[in-house]
Design a protein around this ligand. Structure first.
Ligand code: UD1
Length: 416
């Protein structure tokens, strides 16, 4: 399996262009199923999760062509509602296909979705909401079967603002009979971008970006061209890398409002943040400051997807910091890997206390999830000596070209 080899000690400097958002592109690719025709998604990232989603659609009978950053998906023909195991089982976002396929036809069979091992990732909220929309669900040991005589809108309340469940309900509701009022919906920018895309296609969605989304069902949607938003987590990762290495970078395009909470934490750590329209600059201090406490929360709170990267930075801070992970139950998997590099982190339940002041030492470490893998790359950049990060496949699920981007900023990194 491929790995990244990093020679630590270089600070990152310069400008970096941020790729399209994984978490926006994936549900949009599923949404292509809702219009019979050729949809074009610009700024679509070349990452393995996107490739897997494309493969699933192709196996269902769609045609896809990825040229430059433009993904064209042709959904004109008749499609199979049976999604084969293999690719679907390797990614969590395959669950998005439930709402999208049911919006188009009456039946879908889906293997249990896979994804990063960051704890139990149930889909009960997705299924309960779809059942409220007149979908019958049968559970098998290998997966799920869902069918509906006709999707019906209604009042749906999510027990928690799940991003995926919100998107699944929206995908099912756009072509449903009647109006769906979704309460306690997720407010993440990627949910908003999906709604804007669907509205371009002719959907009638209001309230996105708030906890109450209203979707008035329409008869049909049309194929359009749309530009996917940029990836706020990739931007945040590069800011963390610059902060960790005493660097000075400018990332674009990035919207400050999408990354506010992360920028606030970086500012507390002593970083200078410069905001110019769709460009954000970060100037690291000579020595990072600790952060008393960081709590991961749904948007606009601190994103769980940035927790590992910031944890790595805090190993070098001038004092002790605490991170409390409230979204996923098993998201401290990098701690033993960081300990191999000399970090001092104490984990108790969902809290990690990070003792700062460490100079990490290069080591051979293994990524076990996407963001944890990116965090280990940052650890390698900070460390004295050489680091090998194995499990690059996890990282490439979400980062188009992390080695090239970091190399351009002055890192010494190569993919083996
Ligand atoms: C999405 C993102 C992921 C991010 C996460 C939280 C995508 C492709 N992935 O994942 O990068 O880390 O949001 O911001 O957009 N839950 C249930 N039952 C459900 C669904 C979720 O209990 O049916 C729980 C989960 O276990 C978790 C919490 O709700 O504890 C949030 O999960 P959710 O927002 O659904 O995350 P994903 O959509 O899987």
């Amino acid at each position: 399996m491929a790995s990244f080899e990093i020679c630590g000690g270089c600070s990152l400097n310069g400008e970096v262009r941020i790729q399209g958002s994984k978490n926006a592109a994936l549900p949009m690719i599923a949404a292509c199923l809702l219009a019979r025709g050729e949809t074009k998604l610009y700024n679509c990232p070349h990452i393995t999760d996107v490739y897997n989603m494309i493969k699933i659609l192709e196996n269902m009978g769609c045609f896809a062509d990825f040229s430059g950053d433009c993904l064209t998906v042709d959904t004109t023909g008749n499609l199979s509602g049976i999604i084969s195991p293999g690719d679907a089982a390797s990614m969590r976002s395959s669950i998005m296909l439930l709402g999208a396929v049911l919006g188009r036809q009456k039946y879908v069979s889906l293997p249990w979705p896979g994804g990063c091992s960051i704890g139990k990732r149930p889909v009960d909220l997705h299924l309960k909401a779809l059942e409220q929309m007149n979908v019958s669900v049968t559970h098998h040991s290998s997966g799920l079967e869902c069918w509906t005589s006709c999707l019906r809108g209604g009042d749906i309340s999510l027990a928690m603002p799940s991003v995926g469940a919100t998107e699944n309900v929206i995908l099912a509701a756009v072509l449903a009979n009647g109006t769906t009022r979704l309460h306690n919906a997720a407010k993440e920018p990627e949910v908003v971008d999906l709604c804007l895309f669907l509205n371009e296609m002719g959907a009638r969605i209001h309230g996105m970006g708030t906890h109450h989304i209203t979707i008035s069902g329409v008869k049909q949607l049309k194929s359009v061209s749309y530009t996917v938003m940029s990836d706020r987590i990739v931007a945040g990762t590069y800011f963390a890398a610059a902060a960790a290495t005493g660097g000075n970078i400018l990332a674009y395009p990035v919207k400050e409002k999408d990354l506010r909470c992360v920028l606030d934490v970086l500012a507390v750590m002593g970083c200078g943040i410069i905001i110019r329209k769709d460009r954000i600059g970060l100037i690291a201090p000579p020595l990072l400051l600790p952060v008393e406490s960081i709590y991961t929360q749904p948007f606009p709170g601190f994103p769980t997807d940035m927790q590992s990267q910031i944890m790595v930075c805090l190993t070098a801070a001038r004092g002790t910091s605490m991170i409390c992970e409230n979204i996923f139950e098993d998201r401290f998997k990098i701690v033993p890997q960081l300990e191999k590099m000399g970090a001092k982190i104490l984990v108790h339940e969902n809290r990690a206390v990070i003792r700062g002041g460490c100079r990490l030492k290069g080591a051979s470490v293994r990524a076990e999830d996407l963001r944890g893998g990116a965090a280990l790359v940052i650890a390698g950049l900070m460390a004295e000596g050489d680091t090998k990060v194995e499990g690059s496949g996890y990282i490439e699920r979400g980062y188009e070209n992390i080695a090239k981007d970091l190399d351009q900023l002055g890192a010494r990194i190569r993919r083996l």
